[in-house]
Ligand binder design. Structure first.
Ligand code: UD1
Length: 372
C-alpha cells in the first residue's frame, strides 16, 4: 500500500472524498483509516454515504475525551496500524486532533506525512485547531495549500517553500461535485419533521451553526448568543442544526427554553447534502465553522462569522464573509446590513475550481516516484 489516508471528524470527510478518488484515478494505491473521533451517525456515517467515501479499512474508535486523552489515544492506536500497513506515506487533512495525532506518529516512525489544507493561520493559539495546524505543518513532508497567502505563513515558520504546493480547495471540489444533489431546504425541513409554519412567508430564512468552545462553553456568552438569535429571528426565521457539543451546553445552561422556537427551528446535525442545500438556499449564514466560511464564499451567500479571527482570510478579502465575534451589537449590525443591502458580494478565489484533488494527486504521483 502506498498512501494511507486518515479521517477522524466531520470536517475531514468532505476533504478526503475527492482526494481518494483522484489518487485512485492516478493509479495510486490509497486506503483509509478512521480514528473514530466523531462517531454519532449524524456526525459520521451519513457523510460516508452522501459523499461516497470508500469504507475505512479500520476504525480506531477513540471517541470523545479531553484533548490530551483523545490525541494520546489516537497515537497509541494508530502506531500498530502503521506497522501493519507499512505505507510509504500517510495523508492527513485539516486541523482536528486526529490530524496532528496521526502525523506525529508517522513522523516519529520515518513514514512520510502529506498535509492537505496546510498553512492556514488564525494566529490565535487559544484555539486547539491552531496548535494542530502549526504542529502538523512542521512535521509534514509535502504540504498542499488552499490560498496563496498560506505559503508566507509556512515560510515564516521555517518550512521550505519547495515542499509547498498551492493547489486550491478540495472542500470546494466536493461542493461543486454535489451542488446539483443538494437537498432543497423546504424538502429537508419537511423530512426533519419541522413545523414549517414560520417559513411560509417568502422572505426566506437564515442558517445557523455554532460549536466553538469560545462561543458555547461559557454560560453568559451562550446566553447572549441565544438572545441575539432570538432578535434576528423576529426579522428572518432561522434553521439551526445543533452540534452535539452545543446541544449539551444548551441543556446544561438551561437555555433550550430561552430560544424562540416559534421562529428558530432546532434540528439535529445535518448531513452533507442537507447542509449544502441549507447554505445554498439561505439569505444569510451565521456560523463559527471554519469550512462554512469557505463554502458560503464558493456559493456567493453572505456569511456572518461569530469569531474574532479566521484562519481563512481569503473568505474576507475576496469572499462573502464578515467577522463579527460574539458581540451582540456587531452581529445585529452585520445582519441588518444583509437584510438591507443583500450583504457582501465576493468572487471565487483562485483555484477553487473543482480540480484541487486532481492537482494534488499529480504532485503526489511524481513525489512518490522520485522517492522510489
Ligand atoms: C471537532 C474539531 C473541530 C471541528 C469540529 C466539527 C478538534 C480539536 N476539533 O470539534 O475543529 O470544527 O470537530 O464538528 O479536533 N460528540 C458527540 N458525538 C460525536 C462527536 C462528538 O456527541 O460524534 C460530542 C461529545 O460530547 C464531545 C463533544 O461533542 O465531547 C466534542 O467533540 P470533539 O471531537 O472533542 O470536538 P468537536 O467540538 O466536535
Amino acid at each position: 500500500r502506498k498512501v494511507l489516508c486518515v479521517v477522524g471528524a466531520r470536517p475531514n470527510f468532505m476533504k478526503i472524498a475527492p482526494v481518494m478518488r483522484a489518487l485512485s484515478a492516478q493509479g495510486i494505491d490509497a486506503s483509509l483509516v478512521h480514528t473514530g473521533q466523531h462517531y454519532d451517525a449524524g456526525m459520521n456515517e451519513r457523510f460516508f454515504e452522501d459523499l461516497r467515501i470508500p469504507h475505512p479499512e479500520m476504525n480506531l474508535e477513540v471517541g470523545s475525551s479531553s484533548h490530551a486523552v483523545q490525541t494520546a489515544e489516537v497515537m497509541r492506536r494508530f502506531e500498530p496500524v502503521l506497522d501493519e500497513f507499512r505505507p510509504a506515506t500517510i495523508l492527513v487533512v485539516g486541523d482536528v486532533n486526529s490530524t496532528i495525532a496521526c502525523a506525529l506518529v508517522a513522523a516519529k516512525k520515518g513514514v512520510g506525512v502529506i498535509h492537505v489544507e496546510a498553512g492556514l493561520r488564525s494566529f490565535d493559539r487559544s484555539m486547539p485547531e491552531e496548535i494542530n495546524r502549526v504542529l502538523t505543518d512542521q512535521i509534514s513532508d509535502l504540504l498542499f495549500t488552499t490560498e496563496r497567502h498560506a505559503l508566507e505563513n509556512l515560510v515564516r515558520e521555517g518550512i521550505s517553500a519547495d515542499r509547498v504546493h498551492f493547489v486550491g480547495n478540495v472542500m470546494i471540489d466536493t461542493l461543486l461535485d454535489n451542488l446539483d444533489r443538494a437537498l432543497p431546504w423546504r424538502e429537508f425541513l419537511k423530512a426533519s419533521g419541522v413545523d414549517t409554519h414560520m417559513f411560509e412567508a417568502d422572505s426566506g430564512f437564515g442558517a445557523v451553526t455554532l460549536h466553538r468552545p469560545s462561543n458555547v462553553d461559557t454560560p453568559h456568552t451562550l446566553a447572549a448568543l441565544v438572545e441575539t438569535l432570538n432578535e434576528i429571528s423576529q426579522d428572518l426565521p432561522l434553521v439551526f442544526p445543533v452540534h452535539p457539543r452545543t446541544s449539551s451546553r444548551l441543556e446544561a445552561f438551561d437555555l433550550v427554553k430561552k430560544l424562540d422556537r416559534s421562529r428558530i427551528a432546532l434540528i439535529p446535525p445535518a448531513g452533507y447534502l442537507e447542509m449544502l442545500g441549507l447554505m445554498r438556499d439561505a439569505r444569510v449564514v451565521l456560523t463559527d465553522s471554519g469550512g462554512m466560511q469557505e463554502e458560503t464564499t464558493a456559493l456567493g451567500v453572505p456569511c456572518i462569522t461569530l469569531r474574532e479571527n479566521t484562519e481563512r482570510p481569503i473568505t474576507i478579502s475576496e469572499g462573502t464573509n464578515v467577522l463579527v465575534g460574539n458581540d451582540p451589537q456587531k452581529i445585529l449590525n452585520a445582519f441588518r446590513d444583509v437584510m438591507s443591502t443583500g450583504g457582501k458580494r465576493g468572487r471565487i478565489p483562485e483555484y477553487w475550481d473543482g480540480k484541487a484533488a486532481e492537482r494534488i494527486a499529480a504532485v503526489i504521483g511524481k513525489w512518490l516516484a522520485d522517492r522510489g
